[in-house]
Ligand binder design. Structure first.
Ligand code: V0V
Ligand code: CO
Length: 140
């Protein structure tokens, strides 16, 4: 079902500071930046490699508000890994299959994600405590 790891999402308090840390330490390049109001984040994608159906990235996330998903996560757990996102061929298809297997979807339909992807989240309590995202990358 999964093509690759699309990205690891990392919650941070200061996006610019974290971009400097990751790009300087690991020689990574920022390939996209976006404010996603629906998800309550300001984010940056740092490219790692290219794979089947799309690339792999580190996604750095700064919350827009304290009561957004990343804002609440920072208050509860502090900075660190927030979610793991898997690349899929067809996000609607994957959502259907996964939900039939008893995992709760946090989204009823795909949402807009980074770099024009289509995304959906799975409940962390049903996936071993890991907030899981499905990503259908935009066609290149
Ligand atoms: C919360 N929990 C987590 C978690 N966030 N567990 C693992 N990883 C996380 N990131 C746990 C939390 O500790 C609670 O467990 C339980 O889930 C319920 O959490 P809560 O604090 O009561 O509830 P909320 O209101 O914080 O909601 C948590 C969920 C929410 C996961 C439902 O954050 C959500 O809907 N997330 C999906 C959207 C999202 O995260 N967007 C930002 C990334 P205990 O304490 O009861 O045991 S946007 C993005 O990635 C984009 C745009 C992209 O990739 O393109
Ligand atoms: Co993400």
């Amino acid at each position: 079902m999964f093509l690759r790891i699309d990205h690891i999402g990392i919650a941070c308090r200061d996006l610019e500071e974290q971009i400097s840390l990751f790009s300087d330490t690991f020689d990574l390049t920022v390939v996209a930046r976006e404010v996603n109001e629906e998800q309550g984040v300001k984010e940056a994608m740092l490219h790692i490699s290219d794979g089947e159906g799309g690339g792999s990235y580190i996604q750095l996330l700064e919350p827009l508000t304290e009561d957004s998903p990343v804002g609440k996560f920072l208050a509860k757990r502090g900075e660190g890994v927030h979610h793991v996102a898997f690349g899929v061929q067809d996000v609607t298809d994957a959502m259907g299959k996964i939900s039939e297997r008893g995992v709760r979807l946090l989204d009823e339909r795909p949402r807009h994600g980074s770099m024009d992807s289509r995304i959906a989240f799975l409940h962390p309590k049903d996936v071993g405590g890991m907030l899981t995202e499905l990503v259908q990358a935009a066609r290149r």
